[in-house]
Design a protein around this ligand. Sequence first.
Ligand code: ATP
Ligand code: MG
Length: 562
Amino acid sequence: MTDHQEDKKEKRSLNFIHAFVEEDLREGRNDGRVHTRFPPEPNGYLHIGHAKAIHIDFGTAEKYGGKCNLRFDDTNPVKEDVEYIDSIREDIHWLGYDWGDREYFASDYFDNLYEFATDLIRKDLAYVDEQSSEQIASQKGTPSDAGKESPFRNRPAEESLDLFKRMNSGEFEEGKCVLRAKIDMTASNMHMRDPVIYRIIHHPHHRTGSKWKVYPMYDFAHGQCDYYEGITHSLCTLEFEVHRPLYDWFVDQLKKDDYRPRQIEFNRLNITYMVMSKRKLLQMVKEGVVDGWDDPRMPTLSGLRRRGYTPESVKNFINSIGYTKVEALNDFSLLEFAVREDLNKKAPRVMAVLDPLKVTITNYPEGKTEELETINNPEDETMGSRNIPFSREIYIERSDFMEDPPRKFFRLGPGREVRLKSAYVIRCDDFKKDENGNVTELLCTYDETTKSGADTSGKKVKGTLHWVSALHAVKAEVRLYDRLFNDPDPDGHKDRDFMDFLNPDSLKVVTGYVEPGLAAAKVLDHFQFQRIGYFNLDPDSKPGALVFNRTVPLRDNWSKKG
Ligand code: ATP
Ligand code: MG
């Protein structure tokens, strides 16, 4: 590469977020520190949208020799669960990132936040409002009409302080009153119209137990937590752009120095044929539409991992679409392309027949077995080769035979010849049918001089089929996964629920035959079932009862469906 090309490549790979970070570094801000954080709310499993956030949070820290914290935003004890915390840790590690000893919880700062809230009350910048949430909402106004001030807005600080303490001692029921910041009911930014900053919740918290009866709102915790942790670049999705003035306002009241986290927003990841909100994913889990958070059809990282997607393919996909300021809906096919591209390099080619049709090779000696050598991956010589058994009875794919094939069908038909991959050329002499007219068996002959790698016949055949030896093949359950929704934008219909668009064919289970070596496969091992697609071994698999998942078909069938 020339210097010029290097330069261009570097510029292209410098997304706008990294351009901001470099600007800060150039101008000497934050003493040259780069410190980011990933702040999931532990109210569900991470999905591929989160991977986009994780990749920029941890990736930016990595690129500039900085640090990235993991901070669980556990401000709502009602929705949060330890199961989610464990899964989040596992998924970040799977993507190849690590937060070292910097694992924090918003609840670590509950004391600071409570203290800060009482400071605001003392400075007459917060007050306890005893109206109902409906009343408060009705006074919010609209972006073009100013809101109405609460009748409690100007109550003495002493009164609010006393009430806030009593809110926290459990004296009031939930919803009885809230603490609001006193900012500006006429602000054009609705978030600045005296936002609620604390509410009463009587549900125990998974970390602080029943110590607190009041909990900070997410908006009152997030910016301050960034500040407490010395975060320099707070990267988040575009919907938080309108919250930024509020976060800045809180930090302005709090800070005693020049430092302030810089929030930079980027576009959310949306993918066709998927829904990505944790609330909706939870609904699908609860209603049993899918088989748990790690169902291979789910967009969760645990689902994608189980389905056979690799962290590299997820990151390559994210890099290919990039980070911008414009919301977009990305094509599922792009993600599948990245998965194929990565697995093409990594997955050994193996033989599996998913819809078996028996073939008897009538001139092959009964009881004879040959070991035939076949290479593991033409893309990677270092993956070597292995032997597969060949015998008189084999299975081929039912769709590879036609009784009355058209001229361009380069597979089997009466009198036609094909090559069996890594084996011989066979000719179909005859076939048998059952009483319903279904073909039950092909009778073929093989030509000994056509052995792969030692072919002296000079024969030219157009088609090559995969096959397994009937005597040696191992039965396996094969789960053929497809898109969970059959509409490209299940969330995008005003008067229809996303659940209306579930794809009834998103899972088809078949019994297939795989070459005997696969009995030794380990859970999550990847394979290319030749001519079919990429598959992996599912955790449900047991010795003697193999279960494979289809990760992605070899070709993109959906683009054709249009
Ligand atoms: P959801 O809407 O799916 O429930 P969330 O935004 O509520 O997601 P959080 O746990 O609060 O989920 O998100 C943690 C971080 O991940 C946030 O910084 C958020 O901006 C980011 N994030 C969430 N969804 C996406 C997405 N689809 N694309 C990119 N980043 C996302
Ligand atoms: Mg959230």
